[in-house]
Ligand binder design. Structure first.
Ligand code: DGP
Length: 217
């Protein structure tokens, strides 16, 4: 009889706006497929769900919501995807996720409206990533990229604050890997692929955990 399918890895990409996550996640997905490793992409916020539509109109500046309300909506948007993500991972597919709860904390904390514990609380107990790849890039480099400035958070001074919140979040997190995202795309891809292939192997022998920020909370 065939043994149980080893689970896929949960790989999360984080970084400030225009740090290059979206193009690198697409490249990574292609590279994994080429190696016969089942993988799928997902991004947060998922703007297609009811919470996602509200989030989208907030980001586009059509709707104003308090810092607390929008924080909880972003968190809900992740929680509503959890059971589907779990099924995907358990079926052996590696999930490549463009933004997750770390963005949730970094963007709200950057507003100065709430402390880190409050920001982390709603996402506590989400599926725990096997690897978080943080795309580190100077704010000035990100800001010079195409289409920057269109949405609510795309302002250099604010992104600077988000960047320092991300740095704080990564400290002491053993799942956190920092990738210099100001380099040429090919070099970034190579670094990312190395980290992900390692995580895919590791995940085969480790149970899927649903304790984000529970043990170190
Ligand atoms: P993106 O689709 O990756 O461009 O993200 C849209 C914007 O929303 C971007 O400025 C980052 C921000 N963002 C993503 N996730 C969260 C979150 O959980 N909370 C807050 N406050 N902002 C977030």
């Amino acid at each position: 009889m065939m043994g149980k399918q080893p689970r896929g890895a949960l790989v999360v990409f984080e970084g400030i706006d225009r740090s290059g996550k979206t193009s690198q996640t697409n490249l990574l997905n292609g590279a994994l497929s080429a190696r016969g490793i089942p993988s799928a992409l997902r991004r947060f916020p998922d703007r297609t769900t009811p919470t996602g539509l509200l989030i989208s109109s907030y980001l586009e500046g059509q709707k104003n919501l308090s810092d607390q309300v929008i924080h909880l909506l972003f968190s809900s948007n992740r929680w509503e995807a959890t059971s589907e993500m779990k099924e995907t991972l358990e079926s052996g597919t590696t999930l490549i996720v463009d933004r997750y709860a770390y963005s949730g904390v970094a963007y709200t904390a950057a507003k100065g409206a709430a402390d880190l514990d409050w920001c982390k609380a709603p996402d506590r107990g989400l599926l725990t990533p096997d690897l978080v790849i943080y795309f580190d890039i100077p704010t000035s480099v990100a800001a010079s990229r195409a289409e920057y400035g269109g949405e609510r958070y795309e302002k250099v001074e604010f992104q600077e604050k988000v960047r320092s919140q991300f740095a704080k979040l990564g400290e002491g997190d053993k799942r956190w890997a920092i990738v210099d995202a100001a380099r040429p795309g090919e070099d970034i891809h190579e670094a990312v692929l190395g980290l992900v292939l390692e995580a895919v192997e590791r995940a085969k022998n480790e149970p899927l955990r649903e304790d984000l920020w529970v043990s170190d909370y």
